[in-house]
Design a protein around this ligand. Structure first.
Ligand SMILES: NC(=O)c1ccc[n+]([C@@H]2O[C@H](COP(=O)([O-])OP(=O)(O)OC[C@H]3O[C@@H](n4cnc5c(N)ncnc54)[C@H](O)[C@@H]3O)[C@@H](O)[C@H]2O)c1
Length: 400
């Protein structure tokens, strides 16, 4: 019997364009999927770039007109890998055209836009097409994070007291030009939506709990002006090699964010994210302490989960390092023999596999965030912004 296939259109061909393309290519090779993704059309703004990108990554068609792919009857899934301010229009148009939608994080640049997207997703879920939505909070699909989730669900952490999240990068110094990530009307926020959104999602996911209140947030912009681009945005996240003009423009986002929070279940948490933490490249770390055990995860050592079992006899207690690459670990069966490590790109491949499992009515390895789930993270981003602006605590119940 031939397998079901799903024609995919991806919008965005740069950083996330590459990670998503790679994921659609690899997922059917490593997983036995009920539905195989077909790389139908790649869309972005730069025609010349698309002409080389499409054949290189295995896309059958390319176009600069995203509206066309959204309304193409052959497309089943629209994947949005563009800057945050256009997520809303693309997602709503795709949902209204009866497509499943996978959208990059954060869900939108503003809570208002995220709410419009959520409304469209709810309507689409009830339609004949029963469209599904997914959001690329891909760190959930690092095997060590997925294992932490499974251990927390199995009660191994017990009652959670403390959560400590920090997401530290260092690429946004004064020489980094005025990229879209520094424009408030495009990105929505800086380190908050770019990095901390991942931490908020990871904490909510592992704990299975929601933030009740934000206390004392700081949003700090250290570098107030940046040189504007004189052409393309250059390479990597930092715009390496981009041509710049002499003129400067105002940065309208935070370079760093810090806040404390309380979860509904009573745990207290600290969050810190910055793109100016000299020496830290992608230090996405989370530490959770419960009365039965504790975990630590650091993305820069992504295959490891630090685990402390407080139920062991006292003399035997101590931190251990679990090499989360099998046997019996989440996603391990799809990859290499035990301790033959995987990397960043595998979190995206694992996500494509879980999206295809979901669309084929099978269970994902661990739960995927949909628009409803990502909307809860967006509410936290808004509460943090309000707390910093008004210099006061903000209850999440005040943020609809
Ligand atoms: N999940 C993660 O770990 C992760 C990592 C980086 C970025 N992101 C998110 O992915 C999204 C894209 O980020 P990026 O780093 O890939 O950006 P990028 O600047 O590298 O690429 C953006 C792409 O979007 C295209 N684009 C921009 N505006 C468009 C428009 N109006 N119509 C059609 N195409 C348009 C550009 O041509 C480009 O191909 C953002 O939402 C970002 O927050 C997520």
């Amino acid at each position: 019997m031939s397998k079901r296939t799903l024609n995919v259109a991806l919008i965005g061909s740069k950083f996330m364009g590459r990670t998503h393309s790679n994921a659609y290519l690899k997922a059917p090779m490593h997983f036995d999927l009920p539905v195989d993704p077909v790389m139908h059309t790649i869309t972005a703004r730069d025609k010349a770039d698309l002409e080389s990108f499409a054949p290189r990554w295995g896309w059958r068609n390319h176009t600069t007109r995203w509206n066309d792919v959204v309304n193409n009857d052959e497309i089943g899934l629209v994947d949005i890998g563009t800057p945050n301010h256009v997520h809303r229009d693309m997602a709503v148009a795709a949902l209204e055209a009866g497509k499943h939608v996978a959208c990059e994080k954060p869900l939108a640049n503003t809570l208002d836009n995220a709410r419009v997207m959520l409304k469209a997703a709810k309507k689409a879920a009830k339609s004949k097409a029963r469209n599904k939505t997914f959001v690329w909070y891909n760190y959930r699909r690092c095997p060590a994070v997925a294992l932490a989730y499974q251990m927390a669900r199995a009660g191994r952490l017990g009652k959670i007291y403390h959560v400590r999240c920090f997401y530290l990068q260092d690429w946004a110094g004064p020489d980094t030009p005025m990229l879209w990530r520094f424009q408030g009307n495009v990105a929505g926020s800086g380190a908050l939506g770019d990095l901390c959104a991942h931490s908020i999602d990871t904490a909510r996911f592992i704990m299975g709990d929601e933030i009740r209140e934000i206390n004392g947030a700081i949003l700090k912009t250290f570098i107030k002006e940046r040189v504007v681009l004189a052409g393309g945005a250059g390479g990597e996240i930092s715009g390496k090699g981009a041509k710049t003009a002499k003129k400067k423009a105002k940065s309208t986002v935070d370079d760093a964010v810090l806040f404390t929070a309380e979860f509904k279940g009573g745990a207290v948490a600290t969050f810190e994210a910055t793109r100016l933490s000299t020496g830290d490249k992608n230090g996405n770390r989370i530490e959770i302490h419960g009365d039965k055990g504790a975990i630590r995860f650091d993305f820069e050592r992504m295959c490891e989960l630090q685990w402390y079992d407080a139920t062991l006899p006292e003399a035997e207690q101590g931190w251990s390092t679990i090499n989360v690459s099998g046997p019996n670990h989440p996603y391990a069966e799809a990859w290499w023999p035990a301790a033959h490590a995987i990397g960043y790109e595998h979190s995206f491949i694992n996500q494509v596999a879980d999206m295809c499992f979901t669309l084929g009515r099978k269970k994902p390895v661990v739960p995927l965030p949909d628009f409803e789930d990502a909307y809860q993270t967006q509410r936290v981003l808004e509460a943090v912004t309000q707390s910093a602006k008004h210099r006061c605590p903000i209850k999440l119940s005040q943020v609809k």
